[in-house]
Design a protein around this ligand. Structure first.
Ligand code: AKG
Length: 282
C-alpha cells in the first residue's frame, strides 16, 4: 500500500487510483441504479438540498440515519411529488445505512482494502457511521455547498475520514470535487446539531452562520472511475452543479475512530442500538 498517511496529514486528502476494479464499480453502480426503478409513492417523496435545506425540518431525514432512504433533487419534483424528469435522473442521494443494510455496499465497505487503508491512517478501532450513494445527475445534479464533514460528524478528538469512490469519471464538466489543500488544519468551523428547542420546526440547526471561503484556495480533483478519494473530516470541499450531459455517480462512507475518541451526542446522525459497526470486526 502506498504511503498515504503523510499525504493525508499534509493535504487533508489523498487520491487512490484504481482502488476498486471496473467490474466491482459496475456492481455498485447497478445497485445504485436499482433504487431509481422502485421510487417511493408521490406523497412520500423528500428532497435533499444543501442550498434550500428542507431536510432540517424533516423527520424522514433524521430517521434515515439507520435506514436506506431516498432523497430527490429539488428540480426533479413538482410540489405534489410528481416527477418532472425521468426517474433515472431524479434522485440526489440514497442514505445513510447502505454500508450495513445493503449486501453490495456492505461487501465493499467492509472490504480488506478499506480496512488496510484505515490501518495505514492509524485508525485503531474504526467504525462506519454513515454511507451515501450520490447521483449528481446530468442537468439536475445540484451543487454541494462548501463544507467540512466534521460539521456533521463531530468527534473529540477529531478522527473522521470520508472514503469517496468514483463510480464514473468525475470531471470539471460533471461536477468533480473541489478541495482546499491544507484546510484541515484550521479547526472545525461550525456544527450541525439536533435542536434543543423542541417547540421549533427546525429539528436540525447550524450553530453558526456559514463561513466565507475564498474560491482561490480550492483545487478541482477530477478522477477516473474506480478512484477513491480519502477526505479528512476537517478539509473544506464542495462540488459544482452538474450542467453536463454525463452523470457522476459516487459511493461514499465515513469512518470514525472509536478508540479514545467520543462521537458527539449532538450530531444529527446517531448510532443504531448496537453502536456503529466496527470496520475490522465485520
Ligand atoms: O459528491 C459530492 O459532490 C460531494 C460529497 C461531499 O461533499 C460529502 O460527502 O461530504
Amino acid at each position: 500500500m502506498r504511503d498515504i498517511r503523510s499525504q493525508f496529514e499534509k493535504n487533508g486528502f489523498v487520491v487512490l487510483e484504481d482502488f476498486f476494479q471496473p467490474e466491482e464499480i459496475d456492481e455498485m453502480k447497478c445497485a445504485g441504479e436499482d433504487f431509481t426503478k422502485n421510487l417511493p409513492p408521490e406523497s412520500e417523496r423528500k428532497v435533499f438540498s444543501t442550498i434550500e435545506l428542507q431536510q432540517n425540518k424533516d423527520k424522514y431525514f433524521l430517521d434515515s440515519a439507520n435506514k436506506i432512504s431516498v432523497f430527490f433533487e429539488s428540480e426533479a419534483l413538482e410540489e405534489d411529488g410528481k416527477l418532472k424528469v425521468h426517474p433515472r435522473v431524479s434522485l440526489n442521494k440514497v442514505g445513510h445505512a447502505l454500508h450495513w443494510l445493503h449486501p453490495t455496499f456492505r461487501k465493499y465497505t467492509f472490504d480488506e482494502r478499506v480496512k488496510e487503508t484505515a490501518f495505514q491512517l492509524d485508525y485503531v478501532e474504526p467504525a462506519i457511521c454513515q454511507s451515501m450513494y450520490i447521483y449528481k445527475n446530468p442537468g439536475t445534479g445540484s451543487e454541494v455547498k462548501t463544507h467540512q464533514d466534521a460539521t456533521y460528524l463531530y468527534t473529540d478528538p477529531m478522527k473522521v475520514v470520508g472514503f469517496w469512490i468514483a463510480l464514473e469519471d468525475a470531471t470539471l464538466e460533471n461536477g468533480c470535487l473541489w478541495i482546499a489543500p491544507g484546510s484541515h488544519q484550521s479547526g472545525v468551523h461550525r456544527r450541525y446539531i439536533r435542536n434543543k428547542d423542541l417547540d421549533s420546526k427546525e429539528l436540525l440547526i447550524y450553530d453558526k452562520a456559514a463561513p466565507c471561503y475564498q474560491l482561490s484556495n480550492f483545487r478541482p480533483v477530477p478522477v477516473s472511475k474506480g478512484t477513491c478519494i480519502l477526505i479528512h473530516g476537517q478539509v473544506v470541499h464542495f462540488s459544482h452543479p452538474n450542467k453536463s450531459d454525463k452523470s457522476r455517480h459516487a459511493y461514499t462512507f465515513h469512518v470514525i475512530d472509536t478508540q479514545n475518541v467520543s462521537y458527539s451526542k449532538e450530531n444529527w446522525l446517531q448510532p443504531p442500538a448496537g453502536g456503529f459497526p466496527k470496520l475490522y470486526r465485520n
